[in-house]
Design a protein around this ligand. Sequence first.
Ligand code: F6R
Length: 247
Amino acid sequence: MKVRVFDTSDEMGLAAAKLFAERIRSKPDIVLGLATGSTPVRMYDALVRVAKEDELDLSRVVTFNLDEYIGLRADHDQSYRYFMNEHLFDKISIPKENTHVPDGMASDLEAMCAAYEEAIEEAGGIDLQLLGIGGNGHIAFNEPGSGADSRTRVVDLTSETIRDNSRFFQDESEVPRQAVTMGIASIMEAQEIVLIADGAHKADAVAKAVEGDISSAVPVSFLQKHPNCIFLLEREAASRLSPGVLE
Ligand code: F6R
């Protein structure tokens, strides 16, 4: 995997946005895999700016989000559908029907997960996947223990993830305990993967991802096997990497 390091989170976000804009320009009907959380906010802000400046045509872009909490309605301000509308979809010219986020309110969650995988396949598969990384090495909500063959499914969140994500809720007790997430295998099928990370609190997980053993104990480490994966890192998040791995 390739690794690039930036002095600031803004520079990291801009680099990711430019990469996405470039890919959209060369394939206007591109299928994007998208992430939520704190890290992509700067990237989405930059993408909105770049799309406006470059008059990027987003009308044929199709998107699939990685995950969604179970039990939060789309209009709940902590649902990932709400996040995506607020930070990206409402600010760019993408038709809403081209955007997909797993439905955490589905009455038959198993059927919804299978339909989500089918929809990705019918769209032609994901061309470019954006990822963040959890402090415990999760990608999407594939918590430690997730297998390389895992696909879109319902998962229990670890207490570490519930604690981490409680910063977005009034109280930790409000954080949903379960989520729907694309699996490791679903993610690994993307043609190209871009992982972004910033902050010293991510340094350990980033080092394990890039230089550690490939193991379900650190799900992000499976990315070492992907043929076209780049990590765009802010300096602090890269601080525990050996100098040899930097481009
Ligand atoms: C969210 C997701 C998660 C986050 C990760 C990092 O869609 O897939 O894996 O990327 O938890 O979150 P932040 O960016 O908030 O540190």
